[in-house]
Design a protein around this ligand. Structure first.
Ligand code: ADP
Ligand code: UDP
Ligand code: MG
Length: 237
């Protein structure tokens, strides 16, 4: 039950009701408060138009499905800020943080870093940005990740992209990636694919059932794939 990119009307109507969604899901600290230029005006009983509600897209798909590549294109064309959860974790390793060796071992094994670590890094990156449009790439990778994000950030994503790619193609791309990553080897890839099926797919199913999922055929050239992505964001301009 996937949403096809041809069907864009829910996206338009949802963006109008996004403010209401934010209020309804608010639970604990709401990171969006930092973007608010004006709070509720009790005499008028409404929220000022000047409030900016950031737009969040989760970008999901298996290892090598092309998430990072397409995020770069979306940034160039639609002005989003790209937050790759994997890149944030790799930066933690190279900055010798207290969690560095735990993160490195987890990535090497193809497993998932504890939610509180990843969510904190994402929260910090959002707060440090002036932008109000974010692509969160490669996260959430499990239902536990998703629930932790919603609890800490106090909001759901507006859009979820899923890059759907055959396993043989993903393996080929990862093994040819050539970025010196500790997890781009056949043994870790096998584990990552297992984690993808067992833990990532339930998140994708969850957003499909909520009507937020845009499934993109991730085969073909980078240009061809971007033309499938473009309509999702073109309506937001
Ligand atoms: N459409 C494509 N066809 C062939 N190779 C691709 C395509 N898109 C991306 N790649 C290459 O595949 C590898 C994995 O892409 P990447 O964007 O890093 O995927 P992910 O972030 O999903 O792991 C990279 O080396 C990238 O250059
Ligand atoms: O939210 C996340 C994102 C990444 N990772 C870890 O970082 C690795 C690399 O993630 P990245 O998104 O960079 O890989 P990609 O899917 O893009 O190849 C994953 O296999 C996990 O071990 C994680 O634990 N939580
Ligand atoms: Mg990536």
């Amino acid at each position: 039950m996937w949403r096809r990119v041809a069907s864009l009307s829910p996206l338009v109507s949802r963006s109008k009701s996004r403010l209401l969604d934010q209020v309804q899901v608010a639970n604990g600290f709401n990171v969006w408060q930092v973007f608010s230029t004006q709070v509720l005006n009790p005499t008028e009983g409404g929220v000022s138009d000047r409030r900016r509600t950031p737009l969040v897209t989760f970008v999901l798909g298996g290892p090598g499905s092309g998430k990072g590549t397409q995020c770069t294109r979306i940034v160039e064309t639609f002005g989003f800020t790209h937050l790759s959860a994997g890149d944030l974790l790799r930066k933690e390793i190279s900055s010798n943080s207290e969690n560095g060796s735990m993160i490195l071992n987890t990535i090497r094994e193809g497993k998932i870093v504890p939610s509180e670590v990843t969510v904190k890094l994402i929260q910090k990156a959002i707060e440090a940005s002036e932008n109000d449009r974010f692509l969160i790439d490669g996260f959430p990778r499990s239902e536990e990740n998703r629930i932790a994000y919603e609890r800490v950030i106090g909001a759901e994503p507006d859009i979820v992209l899923f890059f759907d790619c055959p396993v043989e193609e993903m393996v080929k791309r990862v093994l040819n990636r050539n970025q010196g990553r500790v997890d781009d080897n056949i043994d870790t890839v096998k584990e990552r694919l297992k984690v993808f099926t067992e833990l990532n797919l339930p998140v994708i199913k969850y957003y499909s059932e909520k009507g937020k999922l845009y499934k993109i055929d991730a085969t073909g050239s980078e240009d061809e794939i971007f033309e499938r992505v473009r309509p999702v964001f073109a309506v937001l301009r």
